[in-house]
Design a protein around this ligand. Structure first.
Ligand code: ADP
Length: 630
């Protein structure tokens, strides 16, 4: 093949621009990215070679070498991993196949510190070479392919790249950076490179080799010898003894595997022995990633078998609702050639998943139940970042329902945040049976719901559920410690023992007297309300809407509509407060037309009060105007 010039995919161009311009203050990270790619390439070879040992050719020791030529101003990262074919080089180094690119770009335009993390999270690592290089040359050959099928890829990192076929005896990849004059000279010094490698790549489990140097008295400078030494620890952190690992080593390791520059909120490291033998090192991040909502997003747990890397994001190792957990699981029992399909079925994996889930929940409980104010604050932070995802667990993980429910936090009429179900139960009134809740679009709407009035008056706490997933949560979390969760916007209000006989009798008497007006209201609103009835739940408001016990709430129906889904049309029940001045006035209204207008206004206002939209706003405005100008 002769030289072939191609344009980068548009997204690559944009990313190149952003990467080279916005990451300049943190330029050393290019080395971490390229070493990480080299190490991945070796892992891939090891994995493919499980079925095809010939891929090793005559070199089984996998390694990464970093070396430079001070005169030519080049820095090379060499691996003897899987390598690339010509097609692969074009595809992998010329396009970005991943979804979510646009979202990523939007983020990159934010502040610089965040950028440095995101770049790694998204994995556009290769292009970071252009932060320090004005040309990158990649020479590569796919393991197992003949020497005649080598490829040279080269680009100045602007609009296009060139590829050509070359002879290459060596398997694997050389990434050669032609460093920008002067501004990148620091990367032509052994000590500088070593310190960057120590900072970011110590735990890469392959050896990273650099040339030894010695002092040349004649030239009075360091000269490179033809001898190589390993410059990273190359020991899997998780395989070491807990007591030999410092907190800062754990933190550094987290940063390496997560590309998160913030410290993790908590971590746990255990060797599990028994029916299934494995080591787990799991971290809870402090911040949610930008794509947390994507349930198909790759998880953060890497699978190793006896310290051999098997795969990233082994989703079978963690339930979906814990997809934010990062870390490593190293199994002693699984076969090295385990596939994703096999993982799904393996009993060992099931045991690992159960064990790891319990560990994560214990970590969270330790923070949530701690007497230490710092830990409590950490849990609050965790809840704010990941609470909505943890709620998915109630539908997904039956075995841990109780533990999950205890970890949930809500707002209530007593406190704007941080109320656990246990707190609520401890504050329940004598004789109160259900846990009362209301779901709404926002805390403000929830707080001013007319449905809450009687509860407020009697000092009964109501949980205010304002998270989008809360309606869904309610359909799975129907009880806690034997106490049913009861929506105050569904069904007739029944305060049971919380209402005394006197009150009940009085309410009945009022309802009796109101009966004729109620019949007129029912008639006037028969096209809109399933039923009109009197209620004792209102104190200050004239009316409110509720739905029947089994019906979909107005709030959920609105959410579905917003999401572009269809919701069954449910006719609400209009509940009225016969003690209210407006209702009394209605009782005295003889003119049928005015009565009907007032009835419709009552209904429309009840809709507005719960954050709903009027079906016919113009008609509402016309009626109010008519009344105001009468
Ligand atoms: P990521 O590593 O997150 O996929 P990069 O932009 O760093 O993103 O690399 C893109 C792709 O190029 C990699 O997924 C891999 O297929 C290929 N690649 C990069 N470096 C190497 C290498 N040293 N050896 C083999 N393939 C590589």
């Amino acid at each position: 093949m002769t030289k072939h010039t191609q344009a980068f995919q548009a997204e690559v161009k944009q990313i190149l621009h952003l990467v080279t311009h916005s990451l300049y203050s943190n330029k050393e990270i290019f080395l971490r990215e390229l070493i990480s790619n080299a190490s991945d390439a070796c892992d891939k070879l090891r994995f493919e070679a499980l079925d095809n040992a010939a891929l090793y050719e005559d070199q089984t020791a996998l390694e990464v070498r970093v070396f430079f030529d001070a005169e030519a101003k080049t820095l090379t990262i060499r691996d003897n991993g899987i390598g690339m074919t010509a097609e692969e080089a074009t595809a992998h180094l010329g396009t970005i196949a991943k979804s979510g690119t646009r979202e990523f770009m939007a983020r990159l335009e934010g502040d610089q510190k965040k950028d440095a993390n995101l770049i790694g999270q998204f994995g556009v690592g290769f292009y970071s070479g252009f932060i320090v290089a004005d040309r990158m040359t990649v020479e590569t050959r796919r393991a197992g392919a003949p020497a005649s099928q080598g490829v040279r890829w080269s680009s100045e990192g602007t609009g296009e790249f060139e590829t050509e076929t070359i002879e290459r005896a060596r398997r694997g990849t050389d990434v050669v950076l032609h460093l920008k004059a002067e501004e990148a000279d620091e990367f032509l010094k052994t000590w500088r490179l070593k310190s960057v490698i120590a900072k970011y790549s110590d735990h890469i489990s392959l050896p990273i080799l650099m040339q030894k140097e010695e002092w040349d008295a004649e030239k009075s400078q360091q000269v490179q010898k033809d001898e190589w030494e390993t410059v990273n620890k190359a020991a899997a952190l998780w395989a070491r003894n807990k007591s030999d690992i410092t907190d800062s080593e754990y933190q550094d390791f987290y940063k390496q595997i997560s590309y998160d520059s913030d410290a993790p909120l908590a971590y746990t490291h255990n060797r599990v022995e028994g029916r299934s033998e494995y080591t787990q090192l799991l971290y809870i991040p402090a911040k949610a990633p930008f794509d947390l909502w994507n349930r198909d997003k790759r998880g953060g747990v890497k699978l190793y078998v006896k310290r051999v890397f098997i795969m990233d994001d082994a989703e079978a190792l963690m339930p979906v609702y814990l997809r934010f957990v990062k870390g490593v699981i190293d199994s002693a029992d699984l076969p090295l050639n385990v596939s994703r399909e096999l993982l799904q079925e393996s009993r060992d994996v099931k045991a690992i998943r159960e064990g790891s889930t319990k560990r994560v929940l214990s970590m969270l409980e330790a923070l949530a139940d701690s007497d230490n104010a710092d830990d409590k604050a950490k849990y609050q932070k965790f809840w704010a970042e990941f609470g909505s995802v943890l709620k998915e667990g109630i539908g997904e993980d039956h075995a841990n329902r109780e533990r999950l429910a205890k970890l949930y936090r809500f707002a209530s009429t007593h406190a704007d945040e941080g109320v656990s179900l246990a707190d609520y139960v401890a504050r329940m009134k004598d004789g109160q049976e259900p846990i009362y809740v209301i779901a709404a679009d926002s805390l403000a709407t929830a707080k001013s719901s007319p449905q809450l009035e009687i509860f407020r008056k009697k000092g009964i706490e109501v949980l205010l559920l304002t998270d989008r997933v809360d309606e869904w949560l309610l359909s799975h979390l129907y009880e806690f410690e034997g106490k049913p969760l009861q929506s105050v916007a569904k069904g007739a209000v029944d305060l049971g023992k919380l209402q005394d006989e006197e009150e009940k009798k009085q309410a009945q008497a009022v309802a009796e007297t109101f009966k004729p007006t109620l019949d007129r209201l029912t008639q006037a609103l028969k096209a809109r309300a399933k039923e009109v009835r009197t209620t004792t739940r209102l104190v200050d408001s004239p009316a409110c809407l509720v739905v029947e016990e089994g019906d979909m709430s107005g709030h959920l129906a609105r959410m579905l509509k917003q999401a572009g889904q269809s919701a069954p049309k449910v006719q609400p029940i209009l509940e009225v407060n016969p003690e209210h001045a407006l209702l009394k006035r209605l009782g005295n209204e003889a003119a049928e037309e005015r009565f009907a207008d007032l009835a419709h206004i009552l209904f429309d206002q009840a809709t507005l009060a719960e954050g709903g939209q009027l079906e016919d706003p113009a008609a509402y405005v016309a009626r109010v105007t008519k009344l105001l100008s009468a």
